[in-house]
Design a protein around this ligand. Structure first.
Ligand SMILES: [Zn+2]
Ligand SMILES: [Zn+2]
Length: 253
């Protein structure tokens, strides 16, 4: 289990369009190069025995399906999204099997009877993911917990960068619920989001739209960072407020 020393930071024009790193032999982390789109989103491919889950399809600026098919092998592909923003669903035209983008589509697919409450499961064959609805950054936002690796995938709701909050009450409630889910017996090894927008210098982010990230913050966050987010949101109260921390910036919009 490992992370690379450095992700494609947009500085080297000779890097491939996607950087693939195997965290373990069933978990691929894919970064779409900042050269192809300044968002430089992270995508995840999780392999079970029968199915492979592609979590997010990137911005759509570069072909993705051939890479995913090569990595997934004979497994049946499940394509879902952390949420419906364009930089995470842009590759969907290559994946007609992708789950829809609206909260209604996502609730129906995963079987949420009382969205966003409850926890659903996705079984990839010997590998079960828990699915938690966490609207706030986007109405259809999900967090996924991998029981095997104990990785919590948090999309654009928690990553080292600007956490844009479009619906403050929903976001606060969602992060609190995610905290309860974890506290209820789901130990987290790493929190992995969908972007890096912070530098390695505590609290310092890149300019918006920067397509070069010299000296990036690492992707992986310790579970203490989730606890920190839960705490600062609880303290913040009902009115939206910008909160700058070492590893993230809560950014109401
Ligand atoms: Zn987003
Ligand atoms: Zn995004």
């Amino acid at each position: 289990m490992s992370f690379p020393d450095r992700w494609d930071d947009g500085l080297d024009p000779s890097t491939p369009e996607h950087q693939v790193h195997w965290y373990d032999d069933r978990t691929a982390i894919i970064r779409q190069s900042l050269r192809t789109n300044f968002e430089g989103p992270f995508l995840y491919l999780l392999l079970g025995t029968t199915h492979a889950l592609l979590l997010d399809t990137g911005t759509g600026d570069v072909p993705l399906r051939p890479l995913v098919e090569r990595l997934a092998g004979v497994r049946e592909l499940v394509v879902a999204h952390t949420h419906g923003h364009g930089d995470h669903v842009g590759g969907d035209p290559e994946f007609p099997e992708a789950v829809g983008r609206s909260a209604e589509d996502v609730a129906r697919y995963f079987g949420f009877a009382d969205w966003p409450n409850g926890v659903r499961q996705l079984d990839l064959g010997g590998r079960v993911l828990d699915v938690v609805a966490i609207p706030g950054h986007h109405a259809s936002h999900l967090a996924l917990y991998d029981r095997d690796t104990r990785i919590l995938f948090t999309g654009d709701s928690l990553y080292p960068g600007r956490l844009y909050v479009f619906d403050w009450p929903a976001y606060r409630a969602s992060i609190a619920r995610l905290g309860e889910f974890v506290a209820g017996g789901k130990p987290v090894e790493w929190v992995l989001g969908a972007h890096i927008e912070m530098t390695a210098e505590p609290g310092k982010d890149y300019e918006m739209g920067a397509d070069q990230h010299p000296g990036e913050h690492v992707l992986q966050l310790r579970p203490a960072v989730l606890t920190e987010l839960i705490d600062v949101l609880a303290e913040a109260g009902a009115d939206p407020v910008r909160i700058e921390r070492d590893d993230f910036i809560v950014y109401p919009v």
